[in-house]
Design a protein. Structure first.
Lengths: 284, 260
């Protein structure tokens, strides 16, 4: 620590701060930080897998029962299981994003982070990467279970599955941005918002039933949500055996808008937290 | 009362420059129009009772709080708008802000080293840990350390990037006298070898007398004294800084009671 440089000049022991490589280094530092937390606690890893597995088993057995009693369910083999799998992608990815951020508040680390050279966009990039890692940890075992127990091979969907997956992950990140922004601004009193925001989507984005099922006045609301088009797309494949690209295109355009709004909300709430002094209260 | 500030090296802004800085929460002025400039290598203590405005001032210096008006500049950067230009040149230590509990000491230092862009990170972590007597704890989770060990980790994190500006918020709070003394010696060593500029908020007056060469005393968000510790003690006719602090605090309380 004694290798002094002249005051007023950056230390020669630091890398250049403004390059893309420096930014990538900071993002990687944050990804490591969250990865170390996942790795340090097996109950947390088990918790990531637990609920998706329970959901899959419950809906899988229900599907099996219905298939033996009704002709529609027999024809639509995989409908419930596919919907559960896709819904869990949305939920786990959003929670993965939000909970990683909450870790820094729970551990009273936010003050150090916020006064480090880490930029908000880099924090967001790291949260996105970590939510993806957590999603993989949770969903790979569930996908294997769906195939082993119920013969539903998600990979057999091919490109459509990739499109469903990408769209749901984008939506989850937009929701993650809004929910963490709210927690930044209002503190842990708003923590439940981060946990619950995604479930508002459950009845509205028509996970288990077509949009037509909703009252006419509610249908425009549903169609304004990107996941609605993903689940419509899933039903088109499972029930009619056709991939409707327009569903995915609509979902993608909506997701671009949602992500832009999500990042704007996150930035606004961060600035608002700096104006109201809530970052300091949370950091300590 | 302002001490003359040695001019910064030609072409370089001072490490810290606070101009008519004000922060109002609802209708309460936490900081009420303060001005000061810190020279390179100066160790300045911010003193004052609870609610005097120390934490708010330090928070504005870090850019965590945006001023209502005025400016907090660090190395010339307005911390409300362009703090990312200079954040890698400063660091912060406080017992009230933790690093992640589940991560080991080594993992924490690696993460922060990456955030600050520290070169030769493994070697720097090892050297910093050795310097702060943390080598044997490197692979232990931070949450399982004693208060004294945690303070040393926090200090290691704060010194890892060899900051030119170090902000310390009660760096020895809750430490036993021996550990506190060791931490102060380590800080003195760093300040001397690195010629770092230091802002120290503390309630420990002996610590301030030992470390600081300038004291800025705040009361209700305003600067009420800005002198060397010796000048302050002499002006108030006391024998220690603690007596000065108590005299000012009692004067303030008496004033408040007479108003009430």
């Amino acid at each position: 620590m004694s290798g002094a440089s002249q005051p007023g000049r950056p230390s020669r022991r630091l890398n250049e701060q403004t390059t893309l490589a420096a930014s990538a280094g900071r993002i990687w530092g944050m990804v490591l930080r969250y990865w170390y937390v996942i790795r340090s606690s097996w109950p947390r890893t088990a918790e990531l897998i637990y609920w998706p597995l329970v959901q899959m088993l419950m809906w899988g057995f229900l599907q099996s029962y219905l298939a033996s009693t009704t002709s529609l369910a027999a024809k639509a083999a995989g409908l419930f299981i596919g919907a559960v799998l896709l819904w869990d992608i949305l939920v786990r990815s959003q929670l993965g994003f939000a909970v990683a951020f909450l870790e820094d508040i729970w551990s009273r680390n936010l003050g150090h982070l916020m006064m480090s050279p880490l930029r908000p966009s880099e924090l967001v990039a790291a949260l996105m990467a970590v939510s993806f890692i957590k999603l993989m940890v949770a969903m790979v075992p569930v996908a294997i279970l769906a195939y082993t127990f119920f013969g539903f091979n998600v990979l057999s969907l091919g490109f459509p599955f990739a499109a469903f997956f990408a769209n749901l992950v984008l939506t989850s990140w937009a929701l993650g941005l809004v929910s963490t922004g709210v927690v930044l601004r209002w503190g842990l009193g708003a923590e439940s918002f981060a946990w619950l925001i995604v479930f508002v989507f459950l009845p509205l984005c028509c996970v288990y039933y077509p949009v037509d099922t909703l009252p006419a006045w509610l249908q425009p609301v549903a169609l304004a949500l990107p996941p609605t088009h993903v689940f419509e797309g899933l039903r088109a494949i499972v029930l009619e055996g056709r991939f409707v690209a327009a569903f995915m295109a609509k979902a993608f355009v909506l997701n671009v808008i949602y992500l832009a709004l999500g990042f704007a909300a996150f930035t606004y709430f961060l600035q608002s937290a700096r104006r109201h002094g809530t970052l300091v209260q949370m950091g300590e | 009362m302002q001490k003359p500030i040695p001019p910064p090296p030609a072409g370089q802004p001072p490490p810290v420059q606070v101009v008519r800085l004000r922060k109002v929460y609802r209708d309460v002025a936490a900081v009420d129009g303060i001005d000061f400039t810190l020279a390179a290598g100066a160790v300045t203590a911010l003193l004052g009772g609870n609610g005097a405005g120390k934490t708010t001032t330090i928070s504005m210096l870090m850019g965590l709080v945006i001023p209502t008006s005025g400016e907090a500049r660090v190395f010339g950067a307005d911390m409300a708008r362009e703090r990312h230009r200079v954040l890698h040149r400063m660091n912060f230590e406080s017992p009230y802000v933790d690093v992640p509990m589940r991560l080991t000491v080594r993992q924490n230092l690696e993460v922060y080293g990456r955030l600050y862009g520290v070169r030769h990170l493994k070697a720097q972590v090892a050297a910093t840990a050795a310097d702060l007597r943390l080598t044997e704890f490197l692979d232990r989770p931070y949450g399982k350390l004693s208060a004294g060990q945690k303070t040393r980790v926090s200090l290691a994190k704060a010194l890892l990037n060899e900051p030119e500006l170090l902000l310390l918020d009660e760096p020895t709070a809750s430490l036993d006298p021996d550990t506190a003394d060791w931490v102060r010696a380590k800080l003195q060593d760093y300040m001397r070898t690195r010629r770092a500029t230091v802002v120290l908020a503390s309630h420990n007056m002996a610590e301030v007398e030992r470390l600081a060469d300038r004291v800025i005393m705040l009361e209700q968000g305003r600067v009420i004294a800005d002198e060397t510790p010796a000048e302050l003690i002499q002006r108030f006719g006391r024998s220690t800084l603690e007596e000065v602090f108590l005299a000012i605090a009692r004067r303030t309380r008496a004033g408040e009671e007479s108003v009430a």
